[in-house]
Ligand binder design. Structure first.
Ligand code: SIN
Length: 278
């Protein structure tokens, strides 16, 4: 069967039909999927009853698999993290780009639906390039020159408040990334800040930074930039981590379990050469 890529919204997301994630990936299929990922940012594959190892192998066709910084949940396949409902109910989900607190955050990530609630539990992605492009030219010019600190402080506070213990393997050293990131594959520019890991814009005063980040988060939440995925059994999604943020929706009480993995990325590049804040 021929692979078909069907856009879902006008700005983000496509359903991929006629492709079996367990079959060996040809060079042509790999190139088609890479181009589609770069263009649509979120690719949705329905009815893919894959094992953790098959998920790993599919992810590995895009690049090296990231070693997760939270306990893997004991799964045999390297790089797979189990994300369970308890996370969502004990810690309300928050918009984020995975591991933006790393020097080299992942270029893409993948979720596979293992157990789903009868209703709810969708995931929403935002195209942060579309958001950036919708800003006025003077605002874009100002943001182009800025950098922001990303760290794990807010995540750690949320984890402590949830009363759960997590086995984290990270050194919690803040990193600095451009506020406007240039996509490593297609050169598109987009916002690279998120409420979970971005703590401040380095070049602004504290009050200015707080107000600017708040404005950007509200601006990005415009439904025009969003894709909402309704999961069905064995749905698998791969998404671009460079110019999107995402959040699960905690509107369910029943068990929900996903298998996630991330694919190694590179150090984010800004629109201008910027000096790393110390
Ligand atoms: C995540 O926030 O990385 C997982 C999203 C989800 O469980 O839908």
């Amino acid at each position: 069967m021929q692979m078909k890529i069907k856009p879902i919204t006008g700005v983000i997301g496509a359903e991929v039909e006629g492709f079996d994630l367990t079959s060996p990936m040809s060079k042509a299929d790999n190139a088609t999927l890479r181009t589609a990922l770069s263009k649509y940012q979120v690719l949705v594959f329905r009815d893919q009853p894959i094992t953790p190892q098959q998920q790993h192998d599919f992810g590995a066709s895009f690049g090296p698999i990231t070693v997760p910084k939270v306990d893997s949940g004991g799964l045999s396949a390297p790089g797979i993290t189990v994300i369970e409902a308890e996370y969502a109910t004990s810690m309300k989900p928050e918009w984020h780009a995975d591991h933006s607190f790393s020097e080299k955050p992942p270029m893409a990530a993948m979720l596979h639906a293992v157990t789903l609630p009868p209703k709810g539990g969708d995931t929403v992605w935002i195209n942060t390039a579309a958001a950036y492009e919708a800003l006025s030219a003077p605002m874009r010019t100002m943001l182009d020159g800025l950098t922001a600190q990303h760290d794990t402080q807010r995540m750690l506070r949320r984890m402590a408040a949830s009363g759960k213990t997590f086995n984290l393997k990270m050194d919690h050293v803040p990193v600095h990334h451009p506020v406007v990131r240039v996509h490593s594959d297609n050169g598109r520019k987009g916002l690279y800040v998120n409420p979970l890991y971005t703590s401040r814009i380095n070049e602004l005063g504290e009050a200015e930074s707080d107000a600017m980040l708040q404005f950007l988060y509200e601006f990005m939440k415009n439904p025009e930039f969003q894709l909402r995925v309704r999961w069905s059994p064995h749905t698998t999604v791969i998404w671009d981590e460079e110019l999107t943020i995402h959040s699960a929706i905690a509107d369910y009480k029943e068990p929900r379990m996903m298998h996630r993995l991330m694919i190694d990325g590179s150090k984010p590049i800004g629109t201008r050469t910027f000096r790393q804040a110390a």
